[in-house]
Design a protein around this ligand. Structure first.
Ligand code: NAD
Length: 382
């Protein structure tokens, strides 16, 4: 059966990584799947290309189509820092209720890493994607809205707060936390993983981050009893999923020092953003960091990296992250054999030390290749 994949090319390095990645995925499907199993690509516009063609950065047609789609894939989209338009990525995640951002982090043999034992890194981060300080509820200092909210806080809630503060809200709901943690725990069970770690900053932000932790334990107890156990109650050689929690700052140290102790991670939006980039760096950087944003209906695959404006258009970008996001898509639709071909081919090309500049600079004796050539090499190895 054909699988329709709606795709957005993206800005910056988006078009070049797409050109390199798509033939790889097609070849893997052709090799591993039955003749009638094919990917059918349908382009949707967003970002600079959409603006050039329609005068809008996120045309309504794109949102409407994605609202009923099951599968999509995108390149990175640019967002101006402070001011300008709101992040298209955040808008897409919120409009389509893509509440779970899932980023697997694994090591490929041959990559030089800042870690002594990068091969011990094998984690999957589930990041809540719609709430927290990313909800977009912010007011600039001294605006009428900020002043009104500050006077409410001072007068009604007797809160001490400087009158000229800029304000941001951090909404965190039980429903939002539990549906993310449920997905992470179900994944841990399905994939026979060893543990789920709830990462939070609940010692300081007790009612938001602390609540995330508490709701996590509550969900595990109420919905997965018998299948998981808390760290404190686990027996020697326990086969159940071990539920642990770690404070976010300590977790950054833990994943460096004891990566083997962490498997599936569930965390709030901001923590997850930081942690998944840091973990990607431990195994070779953003060029090999795939991901997916999921609602209950739509799986929207995307690389973790951004538009890399300084190397855009120079055939220097690493298309690995988009290629691996595509492999996740193949796994998601049940074409695991095709996905495995992609993983093996990426591994082989890296082992041959023919890599893009981001990796070449880290690997002794590497031969630097361009974005296009790296894609071709991966395709040849399928
Ligand atoms: P970035 O990921 O674009 O770049 C960070 C660093 O990594 C740069 O040195 C870049 O050259 C390098 N890099 C990134 N991807 C690479 C690749 N595939 N191959 C080789 N090197 C790569 O992050 P940034 O500079 O913070 O952001 C640039 C723009 O991208 C901003 O507008 C930001 O909002 C946007 N962004 C979009 C997404 C997304 O669409 N999901 C994610 C992150 C950033």
């Amino acid at each position: 059966m054909k699988k329709t994949v709606y795709y957005i090319e993206g800005d910056g390095i988006g078009p070049e990584v797409w050109k390199a990645a798509r033939p790889v995925l097609e070849k893997a499907v052709e090799k591993a799947c039955a003749k009638e199993e094919q990917l059918e690509w349908v382009e949707l516009l967003a970002g600079e290309k959409a603006f050039a063609e329609t005068g809008e950065y996120l045309p309504q047609n794109t949102i409407d189509t994605l609202a009923t789609a099951r599968l999509a894939m995108k390149g990175p989209l640019a967002t101006p820092v402070s001011g300008g338009f709101r992040s298209l990525n955040v808008t897409l995640r919120q409009t389509l209720d893509l509440y779970a951002c899932i980023r697997p982090i694994r090591y490929f043999q041959g990559i030089e890493s800042p870690l002594k034992r990068p091969d011990l890194v094998d984690m999957v981060v589930f990041r809540e994607n719609t709430e927290d300080v990313y909800a977009g509820l912010e007011w600039a200092a001294n605006t009428p809205e900020a002043l009104r909210l500050i006077s409410f806080l001072q007068e009604e809630l007797k809160v001490k707060i400087a009158g000229d503060s800029a304000l941001g809200l951090k909404p965190v709901t039980e429903k939002g936390c539990k549906r993310l943690i449920r997905k992470a725990l179900q994944y841990a069970l399905d994939q026979k993983r060893t543990s789920l770690t709830l990462v939070h900053k609940g010692n300081i932000m007790k009612f938001t981050e602390g609540a995330f932790r508490n709701w996590g334990y509550e969900l595990a107890r109420e919905e997965f009893s018998g299948q998981c156990v808390t760290e404190g109650e686990a027996l020697n050689d326990d086969k159940r999923i071990i539920i642990k929690d770690r404070i976010a700052d300590a977790m950054f140290q833990e994943v460096l020092i004891r990566p083997e102790q962490y498997s599936v991670i569930a965390t709030t939006n901001l923590n997850g953003d930081y942690l998944s980039d840091a973990l990607a760096a431990q195994v070779g950087g953003l060029g090999l960091a795939p991901g997916v944003n999921m609602s209950d209906d739509l799986a929207f695959f995307e690389p973790t990296h951004g538009t890399a404006p300084t190397i855009a258009g120079k055939d220097m970008a690493n298309p690995g992250s988009l290629i691996l996001s595509g492999a996740m898509l193949l796994e998601h639709v049940g074409w695991g054999e095709a996905a495995q071909l992609v993983y093996n081919a990426v591994e082989k090309v890296i082992a041959s030390k023919k890599v893009t500049v981001d990796l070449a600079s880290q690997i002794e004796g590497a031969k630097q290749v361009g974005c296009r050539e790296f894609g071709e090499l991966v395709a040849e190895n399928i």
